[in-house]
Ligand binder design. Sequence first.
Ligand code: KIV
Length: 272
Amino acid sequence: MSTYTENLRTVTTQRLIEMKQRGEKISMLTAYDFSMATIIDQAGMDVILVGDSAANVMAGHTTTLPVTLDQMIWYAKAVRKAVKRALVVVDLPFGSYQGNSKEAVCSAIRIMKETGADAVKMEGGKEIKESVERILSTGIPIMGHLGLTPQSINKFGSYAVRAKEETEARKLVEDAHLLEDLGCFGIVLEKIPAQLGKQVAEESAIPIIGIGAGPYVDGQVLVMHDMLGINKEFSPRFLRRYADLHDVIQNAVEHYIQDVKSNDFPNEKESY
Ligand code: KIV
């Protein structure tokens, strides 16, 4: 029996908390389209994130800032159609919640209503407290995101490891407690020291999912294009590549071009 059929009970936010209590690690991966989300869900992924990294890997932007709410909804609808088991979380994109809690609620409601997603993800701590509170009050589950928050890249100035200094580490721990106290069901920690990831995971009752946050957190998330090796240029230390799809795809495409040019494709069997 495949992992998929063994685990067809759908994943809920409550189930993720139970997994943490049991010490069972949580798997999370991004997806942006129907075909890939189908494969990832059938493989048994616990959480599928429609990340605003779509701006990078789907649209070729150098930051996540340009992706719009409408575009996120487009990607999320495609993923939702595919997914039968995993929890589907959708990123609220830059500009759809910062600084205006009323707009934040409207953005989160649009995502939930128009895509059928299970939850939204938001970057930041104390600065977005009001938006988090208002969204949670409508019954929409929220996953937080602390550490390296790519929507703030212009403030940070680089994608270097965050919270190495004590002041920033202390603020991160405070923000994690705040998000948990407000009612978030989980938090992504990106690119921080492993010992800090460990501390936050130990001090939180909700699942802490890491990307470049070391092995002591409750689960791991990666961007699908990076871990499948579609993207060859991006190779941070935290990334493990599980395939080399860039070369597999390029070889297949070159082979196809050759067959077309040499009139080898289509053959008689492939013709009507
Ligand atoms: O947008 C995204 O893919 C993310 C992950 C890096 C966690 O937020």
